[in-house]
Ligand binder design. Sequence first.
Ligand SMILES: N[C@@H](CCC(=O)N[C@@H](CS)C(=O)NCC(=O)O)C(=O)O
Length: 209
Amino acid sequence: MIDLYTWTTPNGRKISIALEELGLPYTAHAIDIGKDEQFRPDFLAISPNNKIPAIVDRDRGISLMESGAILIYLAEKTGKLLPRDGEARYRAIEWLMWQMGGPGPMLGQVHHFVKYNKGKAPYAEERYLKEAHRLYGVLDKRLANREFVADTYSIADIALWPWISRFEWQTIDLNQYPNVKRWYIAIAGRPAVQRGYQQPKNVGDIPMP
Ligand SMILES: N[C@@H](CCC(=O)N[C@@H](CS)C(=O)NCC(=O)O)C(=O)O
């Protein structure tokens, strides 16, 4: 049994979606970051960087923070969603790391400046929106001749998809990125994604372009 500490954000949904896809039994515990619950000492004991998501795998007595590390751990635990060896494995890790270093932090800044702080910091809005479009362009090109970012559906897609699901917050028109749009709609149709999206609580339908 796995305990997942999470909230209704892209980083949290990566892990609930992966757990659903892998069919691993888990309990989702809500850490409301709007109420500063991520600073509770019991949460800090498993996530010293005070951020969701984090997991505790009771079977192995291990706790982990950082969504990328958790995704690799879950994939290796089950032997699914990450090729075992060869170029395919490193391609999936490459795009997972791209998500962790690019779309994650950059689109996070777009949410702050373009949605929550609109009109107050034009330099930041322009900078991060420009970077968002660049990243969407990179993803669109990657998906031009393949179904998924690393050919077969993997933890790299699972890491990226919840960030793209905030396209409305980011003022991104997915019609500008037809390959991303096709990929996004296909993944949104997966029952495991639909279940994982609604953790740790139901927040309404998945946004559709
Ligand atoms: N690199 C981390 C980022 C996690 C992250 O930024 N989590 C946000 C929610 S999406 C959070 O917990 N923020 C609370 C805070 O910063 O205090 C990961 O991928 O797990």
